[in-house]
Design a protein around this ligand. Structure first.
Ligand code: DLL
Length: 432
């Protein structure tokens, strides 16, 4: 049997979940209508009153919320509680524009941390575990979220934050960390550092909880093998709460969405139409019971699929498959849609590691894609003929996957900067 944090909720029959969601949704819409003037104005502009929204069957009538909506009303957009009732803010990084600030009441923090506790429990975590939290702490939600979840579960929590790899490895070995939480790219870097320092038999890790960025199944296998652990995916976003919006169980076939708190839809990103279960599209979330920042129909830009197939873990929450990437990460190269995660999958399949960089440019009105890939120490050679053969093999494999030509440059091991948080893999020099 699986290990749960809140079994009665996590295994609730689907019909009961639906009823619970409807009850919370009605209350939430009244709260938003009464306490969130920006969203009420949007509803009124769409010709809606509160009476038009009786249940989740009516959700399609409601306007979407986008990152731009939240940015436009910085810093208090969607704030639906007096500041005196809020106890925390977290914030997006603002790399693609103005920051979004998310507000939390104590109730909102509690439900968020419970979601993270469910995620840790789903890896087999109990109060006997030592959880090393190596996501960044501060405005980023990764560190605080998993930290809170680990406390709720009663684990010994190591609040490491990101970076300082020597110190990470010292605590990991000295205190016998059993569960590590960080981005998959940092996990790969930790694995590399453990191998170099010959520490593999001094680590006690059994599981890792990796998210905050898209990562491939091939990367999962690599990390699992090099660290000797089971690697679990976790998903979330600041606007909806942080990590733990969904999490993976031992089946590792997608992440269960915490449906008692978040209602998920998949829409056609071009038309906004709601798509049926199983169709690929943009993920949209509605917060069902958050008080301070109750975002309604938030367009995540994450492209994925929902499925309600029975899961062997016993959880009944709907699953989202690994997001392929964000619609705004998708590169359109010579008219072809390319997700960096597809390139990563090819590189790992061919025996390389996830140390790569994609450089996109436009030369004489034609798009170019250059892929810099590190040779692994095992593959490293200074025989130019061999390097050229290896590059040709990768060019062919990428062509087969993407349908376009990418120029491959094999570079020396360790020459691509490692990431301690979310990896930046794409440099798009096109000025369009
Ligand atoms: O990345 C929250 C988080 C922290 C999730 C730690 C998991 C672990 P933001 O910085 O607001 O929040 O970024 C949210 O990151 O819309 C996705 O595009 C991406 N993302 C998050 N988790 C995953 C994942 C945190 N498991 C954005 N797979 C989201 C793919 C992910 N993409």
């Amino acid at each position: 049997m699986s290990n749960y944090f809140q079994p009665a909720i996590e295994t609730m029959p689907a019909a009961q979940i639906k009823a619970l969601q409807n009850e919370k949704f009605r209350k939430q819409m009244a709260h938003v209508w009464n306490d969130c003037p920006d969203y009420r104005r949007k509803m009124e502009a769409a010709g809606l009153t509160l009476d038009d929204i009786q249940s989740l069957d009516d959700i399609g009538k409601l306007p979407f919320t986008s990152k731009d909506d939240l940015r436009e009303h910085y810093p208090y957009a969607m704030l639906a509680k007096p500041l005196a009732d809020c106890v925390r803010i977290q914030s997006t990084s603002g790399t693609t524009g103005k920051r979004v600030i998310a507000y939390y009441t104590q109730h909102d923090i509690d439900i968020w941390e419970e979601c993270c506790a469910r995620a840790i429990a789903a890896t087999g975590g109990t109060k006997e575990d030592v959880v090393q939290v190596s996501y960044g702490y501060g405005l980023f939600t990764g560190g605080p979220g998993l930290n809170g979840g680990s406390h709720k579960l009663g684990c010994l929590t190591l609040p490491m934050s990101s970076g300082n790899t020597d110190r990470q490895l010292q605590f990991m070995t000295d205190l016998g960390a059993t569960i590590i939480c960080c981005t998959p790219s940092y996990a790969a870097y930790l694995a590399e550092s453990i191998k170099e320092r010959g520490l593999r038999d001094q680590i006690k890790l059994k599981a890792g909880i990796f998210g905050a960025e898209a990562w491939s199944e091939e990367m999962r296998r690599d990390i699992e093998q090099s660290l000797g652990i089971k690697a679990y995916d976790i998903y979330g976003l600041t606007e909806i709460s942080g990590p733990g919006v969904s999490f993976e169980c031992e089946e590792q076939t997608g992440m269960h969405i915490n449906e008692d708190h978040f209602y998920a839809e998949i829409i056609d990103p071009d038309t906004g139409e709601i798509l049926p279960e199983g169709a690929e599209g943009e993920l949209v979330f509605t917060c069902l019971d958050k008080e301070a920042f109750p975002v309604i129909r938030y367009r995540t830009k994450d492209i994925c699929v929902l499925t309600r197939k029975t899961c062997s873990c016993g959880r009944t929450f709907i699953k989202m498959v690994k997001p392929r990437g964000r619609s705004d990460d998708m590169l359109i190269i010579k008219g072809v849609n390319v997700f960096p995660s597809q390139i990563e999958a090819v590189l790992l399949e061919q025996g390389y590691q996830a140390n790569y960089q994609l450089i996109v440019d436009r030369v004489n009105n034609s798009d170019t894609l250059d892929v810099n890939v590190e040779m692994t120490p095992e593959k490293f050679t200074d025989n130019l003929g061999q390097v050229s053969e290896m590059e040709k093999k990768l060019v062919a494999a990428l062509k087969a996957m993407l349908g376009i030509y990418a120029k491959v440059h094999l570079v020396a091991p360790k020459s691509i900067t490692r990431s301690e948080g979310k990896a930046v893999r794409v440099i798009d020099n096109r000025k369009i």
